[in-house]
Design a protein around this ligand. Structure first.
Ligand code: NAD
Length: 365
């Protein structure tokens, strides 16, 4: 271990608990091998380049339906020939000891199948958000990983993002007094009407499944509470070719046991990325709040005090996310955003859709 590694290891137990992460033994030498399934915008564009920032995770395999692309990416990132798979021979990953973890970066309707097949091949799983198209699928994924004795983590990167961690720490420490109100709007402008995100069978739903889930998840991790009811309203122009199958705007209110009210808006027709917590002594404001880069945090009565957060657990939010799963595997701990966390969001999302459909408040059990 080099000097930086020693210093990091010594400080890790203290900082880990401050960040809500389990304390882990220092394991400097070992890097776990990841297979990325789906070389699309996120898998190839965002995740693969992040392994260079990791201390405990490395790229060892690729799964793609496009052999030429897989070969090109493998050459660029030093993945050996034996680490290249397609969707047909995917199950033979069980014979590749280089692979410890399968990272599922596929359209949502494929998450359950590839998570379950990975677990059956004896591999741990990182699965992208939203976990699956239904809570029933989420339950099957959890059961398959449990049966195989493998870890399952959901790609909730914001739990490793420095501004979000600092905002949560300040809120929990009473930095804005008693929390009364949480608000978050998340949206982007959807383009191509033929994209899988706009096909219900592949996405499981519209903006809420894809981007509104950030508002919902933030409502839960910022308050530290589980909502007891939801009330939702959908607004979608069904003549817009993008929204023939899935919703555009859906706003939903969450009631928390402490009396905190959460108010969220999810959109596929406008760009917005904002998290606001209002307490009886001040506000915590993040805008943008959950982007890849450039998130900003203000704490106080208004936006006069920009806060620079202490560094997160990794060099980037993705390095923190990937190394968290690797360390959980090495130390046999449960990930802070495991399958149950993904399932909770999907159960609430199902209740939000039901509330919008039936135009009534839905109690959550
Ligand atoms: P994408 O369309 O860019 O990539 C999807 C990949 O799946 C492509 O390589 C495509 O070839 C492959 N694929 C295999 N079978 C397919 C099929 N039948 N139809 C369509 N594609 C198929 O999508 P993406 O943006 O990379 O999203 C992938 C996952 O990552 C989704 O679950 C998404 O929610 C998630 N995601 C997460 C974040 C985040 O910040 N955590 C950001 C973007 C996407």
């Amino acid at each position: 271990m080099n000097r930086r590694g020693l210093v990091l290891a010594a400080g890790s137990a203290i900082t880990a608990s401050a960040m809500g992460l389990p304390a882990m033994a220092a394991t400097p030498e070992r890097k776990l091998g990841y297979a990325i399934v789906g070389l699309g915008g996120y898998g190839l564009g965002i995740i693969i380049p992040q392994f260079k920032n990791c201390q405990h995770s490395k790229l060892v395999a690729l799964v793609s339906g496009d052999p030429a692309k897989a070969k090109r990416v493998a050459a660029e990132y030093g993945v050996p020939e034996r680490g290249i798979y397609n969707y047909e021979n995917f199950d033979s990953i069980k014979d590749n000891p280089d692979i410890d973890v399968v990272y599922v970066c596929l359209p949502v309707s494929m998450h359950a199948e590839y998570t379950i097949r990975a677990a059956q091949a004896g591999k741990h799983v990182m699965c992208e958000k939203p976990m699956a198209v239904s809570s029933k699928e989420c339950e099957a994924m959890i059961a398959a990983c449990k049966k195989a004795g493998k870890k399952l983590m959901i790609g909730y990167r914001c739990h490793f993002e420095a501004n979000n961690l600092e905002a949560r720490r300040i809120a929990r420490a009473g930095g804005i007094g008693k929390l009364r109100y949480f608000r978050s709007e998340h949206g982007f402008t959807a383009g191509n009407p033929n994209a899988w995100r706009l096909k219900k069978a592949m996405s499981g739903g519209g903006s809420l499944m894809d981007i509104g889930i950030y508002a919902l998840n933030a409502a839960r991790y910022m308050t530290g509470e589980e909502p007891v009811s939801v009330y939702a309203k959908e607004t979608t122009d069904r003549n817009d070719p993008r929204f023939r199958e899935v919703e555009d705007m859906i706003e939903f209110q969450l009631e928390f046991p402490s009396g905190v009210i959460g108010s969220c808006m999810s959109m596929y027709s406008a760009n917005q990325n904002h998290i606001l917590l209002i307490g009886d002594k001040g506000r915590i404001d993040l805008e943008p709040g959950t982007r890849y880069e450039g998130n900003q945090l203000w704490v106080g009565q208004d936006r006069s005090k920009l806060v620079t957060p202490p560094p997160g657990p990794g060099a980037t939010q993705w390095a923190g996310q990937l190394d968290h799963l690797s360390l959980c595997i090495i130390n046999n701990k449960e990930p802070i955003v495991g399958g149950e966390e993904g399932l909770r969001d999907i159960r609430i999302i199902e209740a939000v859709y039901r509330s919008a459909r039936e135009q009534k408040r839905i109690a959550l059990t």
